[in-house]
Design a protein around this ligand. Sequence first.
Ligand code: ASP
Length: 357
Amino acid sequence: MSQIRTCPDLPLLVSALADYPAVRKVALRTPAAMEHKVALITTGGTISTLGAPGGAIPKRGGAELLGALGEAAEGLDVEVIEFAKIPGCEMTPARMAELATTISRELSRSDMAGAAVTHGTDTIEESAFFCHLTVAGEKPVVFTGSMRTGSEPSWDGPRNLLDAIRVARWPQARGCGAMLVMNEEIHSARFVTKGNGLALGAFHSPACGPLGRIYNGEPMLFTKPAMARRIVEPKVDTNVLTVTALSGEPLDTLSQALARHGLRGLVVAGFGSGRVPLAWVKPLTQAVQDGIAVVLASRTGAGAVDDPYGYGGAHHLRSMGLVAAHEMPAPKARLKLMLALGNAMDSPALREFFENE
Ligand code: ASP
């Protein structure tokens, strides 16, 4: 049997969304054995769109998405939780925290094998990464979406959804943390990023490639993440800003960020492997001395953050107390920093969290 539920603990989202669906229950199949169910948590995004006069908007709920699978849905024991119907650009760290709590609650059930989460692809890597760090346990948490709208003949939603559900109930996917399954690839949420705004194969993992692939509907896993995955509480301190190094960018940009009232953390998306305009070096080191956690990422979105230079580059900045966000785009480093501060990590713990995990 499959059920469709809304999240009772999300009045914020419910009231924010005029067409938020009522609680519905749909029986799709007889109960399966223990740990055979998949929680399908829908949040919106292009995968949920239907055409409208002004353009496609998120409209489909879980029942419609499962309906689009046709006969392929038979044999899947799916329970739908309607979390939201929002585009990716409306996702926030606070909503990610609610999403992580919802996933954890569903996965605590002994009959759940894993979770599949549909999401707008604009911020899917952020929510997936947030859940990678906040949803404990071995059960797979698989994010998916679509690049083409539900009104296009070549809509990639059903295929991606079916693959995500298969991976979510697949015992071999246990212990990988959160993943993204799209375009017949399985990626770790730790490394995946959107590398193209429109292409069907929009996602890649620059550091290490996909964990596996799905051929003819059969998942294959080639590798598992070796990096430690520390689980923290889904608590965020949002007093964090991001600045990007740009050629000729005035010092003002940085000064204004550092002057933000209550600022506790700053992510710097540096040039190359972590450099900034040289006028930024002194205020950044001063910020560290003033107790602001400053994380140095690469604006390339990948690669280790370090260098051999003697003129105030990444190596120097790290020696002055900036923390390296190796192999991590700035948007993910920002969420990680919000979580580190929200979990009251001290500086050694924060450095370990970023540089070795
Ligand atoms: N703009 C869409 C969103 O993030 C893109 C997508 O879902 O593919 O909601």
